[in-house]
Write a protein that binds this ligand. Structure first.
Ligand code: NG6
Ligand code: CA
Length: 493
């Protein structure tokens, strides 16, 4: 067991669809993010950190299980009524913290499915599998995404504010429309925000959603209140835990800047970029409030904050909210190519900040790190031994996390939305050949999908413009073999 100077508390703040170029400390001048910039100034800013996927569910699966998404056939973008995809018996990051004596909590977006799947979810009863069965002592979440029904909070096993006389029903079946609920095509007069593609089923709060929902009127969230509701829960969790004098682990999964982007009234018009810019400013404010609370309680010195995003950015992800038109010269992916969904770096190379006043090394680090590594790294920090079958893809990169090791991983694997593979190894990125269109027209993003192998040297070609696969055939062969090797290391469970 290694004993090292470590923070007492750990908070992972996980943004949704925030790009490599979306923060002041990552180079934008168009959106002011003073609170995240201060986190950076107090900590380490990673330039070469990746999530494991260019979309949400698989990335979240990895952060919480320490496993690559290819190990789980169900790790794809989930509907709001999906069963939980974290396999029974698989160790989780919060469970590991819990074994180490921590009080553990989740607040915010879940999107890993709920219930054991033996029967469809009855939203009016206790849900039999939720984050509290997976290592979280406390859980206050919404089930999937802000654009998917049901648009309700769940605390522990229960929908919050549900009235028994107004039960909730949910379906994602196109055929099975409840005929008495407002829907996109039937009731366009109720819409505050039009969709550009999809999001044409139930209308809730003036917004077309994915999926149909009936009932639960009092339990519905107000989109404008999401940020503050989650923030208040975060503060409550921390305050309550302080009273118990227990160290805590908190997973604060922000809903911004994912669609639909509805800032609270006070952030409306905060930027000239429209709602997308405004919700990033709102998100930054949330982080600032969290920071202030830690300061007020006198525990900032004892608390490590890891801030990151689940996948890269997208401007038009299905709503006509002006994000594309008002974007101006802002570059959500910074210098990177592609974006959300993509096999190019814009899909999975994300902001990653480790902030803790106790860090010996601060500033910028180019260490290569994957979010899947948080599990083994924190286990090491806590001196916890992991069972052999736990967190099998997670590497102990604690030294890189705290800035002592400037190199980090040798290689890491990433998936695009089609589960095609990208291997980053040293300065190379290798995009394995795969089926599919090179361009997703609706979201206007280059996917990086191609029948040809692609190899880019990130040293001088961070924008992945010059495919050198034909010049470096042996590197391609080697990297393809490495991908196979990683995937063949599949373990049971
Ligand atoms: C897509 C949605 C998109 C977003 C995404 C999931 C449509 C047309 N598009 O299918 O709006 O919800 O799924 O995003 O429905 S993620 O960040 O949770 O992966
Ligand atoms: Ca996401």
């Amino acid at each position: 067991m290694s004993i090292k100077r470590a923070p007492r508390n750990v908070i992972i703040v996980y943004a949704d669809d925030l790009g490599f170029g979306d923060l002041g400390c990552y180079g934008t001048h168009q959106i002011e993010t003073p609170n995240l910039d201060r986190l950076c100034a107090d900590g380490l800013r990673f330039t070469d950190a990746y999530s494991t996927s260019a979309v949400c569910t698989p990335a979240r699966y990895s952060i919480l299980t320490g496993r690559y998404p290819f190990r789980n056939d169900r790790a794809h973008i989930l509907p709001g009524d999906a069963q939980c995809i974290i396999e029974q018996g698989v160790d989780t990051l919060p469970a590991m913290f819990k074994r180490a004596g921590y009080h553990t909590g989740i607040v915010g977006k879940w999107h890993l499915g709920l219930s054991d799947g033996n029967a469809p979810i009855d939203w009016n009863q206790d849900i039999n599998l939720t984050p509290i069965d997976l290592g979280f002592d406390e859980s206050f979440i919404f089930p999937a995404t802000a654009d998917r029904v049901p648009c309700v909070y769940i605390e522990g096993r229960r929908v919050v504010n549900l009235e028994p006389e107004d039960p909730i029903e949910v379906t994602y079946d196109e055929e099975c429309v409840f005929d008495d609920i407002p829907t996109y095509y039937k009731n366009p007069e109720l819409l505050n925000m039009r969709s550009s593609h999809g999001h044409d089923m139930s209308i809730i709060g003036g917004i077309g959603r994915i999926g149909y929902m009936r009932g639960g009127k009092k339990a519905l969230w107000r989109d404008e209140d999401l940020a503050e509701t989650f923030l208040n829960r975060v503060i409550k969790f921390i305050d309550d835990t302080q009273k118990k004098e227990q160290p805590f682990f908190l997973y604060y999964a922000l809903h911004q800047p994912h669609v639909p982007r509805v800032p609270s009234e006070r952030f409306r018009g905060a930027t000239e970029l429209g709602p997308r810019g405004d919700v990033i400013v709102e998100m930054d404010w949330c982080v600032g409030e969290l920071y202030k609370e830690l300061q007020r309680l006198g525990i900032l010195e004892d608390t490590m904050i890891v801030f990151s995003s689940d996948n890269g950015p997208v401007l038009d992800d299905g709503y006509l909210d002006g994000a594309y038109e008002l974007n101006g010269t802002h570059k959500p992916t910074g210098p990177l190519r592609g974006g959300k969904y993509s096999k190019f770096d814009g899909g999975s190379r994300i902001p990653f900040i480790v902030s803790w006043p106790g860090l010996e090394h601060k500033g910028v680090t180019h260490a290569l790190i994957s979010q899947v590594d948080l599990f083994a790294s924190f286990a090491d920090m806590l001196g916890m031994e992991l069972p052999d079958d736990a967190a099998i893809d997670s590497q102990d990169q604690y030294a890189a996390l705290v800035g002592k090791d400037p190199v980090g991983r040798k290689e890491l694997l990433v998936e695009d939305v089609t589960c095609g593979k990208m291997l980053r190894s040293g300065n190379w990125t290798y995009l394995s050949p795969s089926e599919g269109s090179p361009y997703m027209k609706q979201v206007r993003i280059e996917t990086g999908l191609s029948h040809d192998p692609q190899l880019y040297n990130m040293d001088y070609d961070i924008g992945q413009r010059e495919n050198v696969a034909w010049e470096y055939r042996s590197v391609v062969t080697d990297m393809e073999a490495r991908i196979r090797k990683i995937m063949e290391s599949r373990k049971t469970r």
